[in-house]
Design a protein around this ligand. Structure first.
Ligand SMILES: C[S@@+](CC[C@H](N)C(=O)[O-])C[C@H]1O[C@@H](n2cnc3c(N)ncnc32)[C@H](O)[C@@H]1O
Length: 269
């Protein structure tokens, strides 16, 4: 099987550590962990947007991610606060960790980089890493929520691919004093396999001089609600509940993001 391909490396990883540090997901998932859900595992933890606030709150949470650059930035951020998380560099379809968890969170990570077969294997690994009675919390953007991508499901729109790189907008200055710029483009959309290939270019400047520049490819598979329900069931999960946009409400057609709350059968030890 091919190695999962993501763009979360180099300058892109630095961007995440600097600028992606908030969002409604953090508090939403936190309450499940606080409610008898420890120990917990943050799968595809990235630079610790969720993990670091959880550790700061004294919760027992480990992290794993396929990108050693994202994990390095996560560790730097944690160490600045005197935190020493267990971080593992592993792809989720090959997850093999020493602990079992009461809660596993996958936020913004499912379907990224991997093949559909690897995604199926990942759900099985997540199931294996839960205690009986434990909960998997997995979010997924509804494929039709992203207008930029959704238009390419139409044949006549796909003729315009690959896109040119987009204007990055104004550069952003990080806490490290460096300036950052990201630009992305859609390269390919295949509605039959529900896959998207995108590229991202990241540039970093110090005192007006370009000090790092890199380009990465991200492949993702887009999943719909009913597919994910079937996949979770096939992996052995039961009592799957779906919520909309990080609230306790049922989703509607207008929900951009769905959260799947799936239980591994059994009773928590
Ligand atoms: C959009 S970021 C989300 C990071 C973090 N969960 C958050 O919400 O801030 C996606 C993360 O998934 C990781 N990732 C992508 N494919 C993966 C895979 N197959 N296995 C494990 N991690 C993966 C990337 O390296 C990246 O850190």
């Amino acid at each position: 099987m091919t190695e999962p391909q993501t763009w979360h490396h180099g300058v892109v990883a630095r961007w995440w550590a600097e600028f992606n540090v908030s969002g409604p997901e953090i508090a939403y998932f936190q309450k499940f962990i606080e409610d008898d859900g420890q120990p917990a595992l943050d799968v595809a933890c990235g630079t610790g947007r969720l993990l670091i606030p959880y550790l700061r709150a004294g919760l027992d949470v480990d992290g794993c991610d396929i990108s050693t650059d994202m994990l390095a930035r996560c560790r730097e951020r944690a160490e600045r606060e005197g935190l020493t998380p267990n971080l593992y560099a592993q792809a989720m379809h090959e997850l093999d960790l020493p602990r079992r968890y009461r809660t596993i969170v996958v936020c913004g990570g499912f379907g990224l980089g991997a093949t559909p077969e690897q995604d199926v294997a990942a759900l099985q690994r997540l199931h294996d890493h839960l205690e009986p009675g434990g909960l998997l919390l997995l979010d997924n953007e509804n494929p039709y929520n992203d207008a930029r991508l959704w238009r390419y499901w139409l044949e006549e729109e796909r003729a315009a691919l690959p896109e040119a790189f987009r204007d990055p907008g104004p550069r952003r200055t990080g806490t490290d004093g460096a300036e950052y710029e990201l630009r992305s483009r859609v390269v390919e959309v295949d509605p039959l396999s529900q896959s998207v290939t995108m590229e991202m270019r990241g540039d970093m400047w110090r005192e007006g001089e370009l000090v790092a520049s890199d380009e990465h490819v991200l492949r993702m598979t887009l999943y719909f609600k009913n597919e994910l329900l079937l996949m979770l069931e096939r992996a052995g999960f039961t009592d799957v509940v779906v919520r909309g946009d990080y609230t306790d409400e049922e989703p509607t057609a207008d929900s951009g993001f769905l959260v799947f709350i799936a239980r591994k059968p059994g009773v928590l030890p």
